[in-house]
Design a binder for this molecule. Structure first.
Ligand code: DX5
Ligand code: ZN
Length: 221
């Protein structure tokens, strides 16, 4: 079986109790903390920045933190998030003028790098930089908000991305973000994803462990 990882998006957590929420979701079996950064410019919403990432590390979070930058410009944020303890830093190629440079900056800062593709966007920006990418993240909703519905056309794009990654021979994770739940996770995995972001599906339920166990059961079936 593939090395599947569940990445709860803290966008849907209770921000007034964020440290506790992250502890709870990790204790419930999550693998990675998905950290959504929005700037009210690239996307029409405003969330959290490097200080909050640093605060989670100081709180004692040791799990990988997967920083999803929905910001433009990108480069100014890279060093700050690396210093704040990010594990992955992913960004949208259409938000960076020099994608190759941004990817290299992330690796040079000691983090894992990733490219994020909005639903309408083809994978062209990936082709010539695969040697600098540790994660490909496909958006299955338009970015900016939690709780939206999975866009079915993303399944074909997942298959395309999976084929590109496998043909490249590089060790690149394939993450999906938006509208993921226990109901559709098996179909999404079958299309090639190995890393699953889920916000509202987890945090809107009282028992995080039950949701994550349900997801793993679906992945095993
Ligand atoms: C959307 C964010 C997602 C979001 C997912 O812009 O990138 O990570 O939190 O939320 P759900 O799982 O509720 O669709
Ligand atoms: Zn995200």
């Amino acid at each position: 079986m593939a090395d599947y990882q569940i990445a709860p998006s803290i966008l849907s957590a209770d921000f007034a109790r964020l440290g506790e929420e992250v502890d709870n979701v990790l204790a419930a079996g999550a693998d990675i903390v998905h950290f959504d950064v929005m700037d009210n410019h690239y996307v029409p919403n405003l969330t959290i920045g490097p200080m909050v990432c640093k605060a989670l590390r100081q709180h004692g979070v040791t799990a990988p933190i997967d920083v999803h930058l929905m910001v433009s410009p990108v480069d100014r944020m890279i060093g700050d998030f690396a210093e704040a303890g990010a594990t992955y830093i992913t960004f949208h190629p259409d938000a960076s003028t020099h994608v190759d440079r941004s990817l290299q900056m992330i690796r040079d800062a000691g983090c894992k790098s990733g490219l994020v593709f909005n639903p309408h966007l083809g994978l062209d920006a990936l082709k010539y930089v695969m040697d600098k990418v540790d994660m490909v993240l496909l958006m299955s909703v338009n970015p900016g908000f939690g709780g939206q519905s999975f866009i079915p056309g993303t399944l074909d794009k997942l298959r395309e991305a999976r084929a590109l990654i496998d043909a490249s021979g590089y060790d690149i994770r394939l993450e999906i973000d938006g509208g993921v739940s226990a109901k559709n996770i098996a179909e999404i995995a079958a299309a090639g994803a190995d890393t699953f972001v889920a916000g509202s599906a987890i945090f809107n339920q009282p028992d995080y462990a039950a949701v994550i166990a349900d997801m793993r059961e679906q992945l095993a079936s």
